[in-house]
Ligand binder design. Structure first.
Ligand SMILES: [Zn+2]
Length: 154
């Protein structure tokens, strides 16, 4: 999934990591002759790459980003109080991660392209909602669930 570079930082080994707008990081090493990214070693080179895109495999694997903590949650919904907006396809905004937590019953969670998967989320479990990826939920009988949203822990 294409994500935009919004900054860079050095990891503990002194290797450059691109900060993506999904909140994941991705190594952008310059290790000639194996990996050639001469631009990454200069500030001007890195600056010029801001706003360009990289493929984020971690988003496609639905990996919750490090340093992202649950900071607020919705009330509990049941099969009669699920907001219509959650039942129809929608997305979270850029960089906004969330989780579906099922307290009781079973919820069907549909995730659109490029992930294209459908899950049953059961009691005491949760599923990750990836920023800007279309999704919807569908109660499979009586269910109680809530959503939590992630914030950067800074
Ligand atoms: Zn990502």
């Amino acid at each position: 999934m294409k994500r935009t570079i919004i900054g860079f930082h050095l990891d503990e080994n002194g290797d450059w990591v691109a900060n993506l707008d999904c909140a994941h990081g991705q190594h952008v090493r310059h290790r000639p002759p194996f990996v050639s990214r001469p631009w990454v070693v200069s500030e001007a080179g890195r600056e010029a790459m801001l706003g360009t895109e990289l493929d984020c495999a971690r988003c496609e694997r639905m990996e919750w980003p490090e340093g992202c903590v649950a900071c607020r949650r919705t009330p509990e919904f049941d099969e009669t109080t699920v907001p219509a907006g959650l039942r129809s396809e929608h997305t979270t905004r850029r960089g906004v991660w969330a989780r579906v937590h099922v307290v009781r019953g079973v919820l069907r969670y549909h995730v659109g392209p490029p992930i294209d998967r459908s899950f049953q989320v059961g009691p005491a479990s949760s599923a990750v909602i990836v920023p800007e990826v279309r999704h919807r939920v569908e109660p499979e009988g009586p269910v109680r669930f809530f959503l939590s949203y992630g914030c950067r822990d800074e």
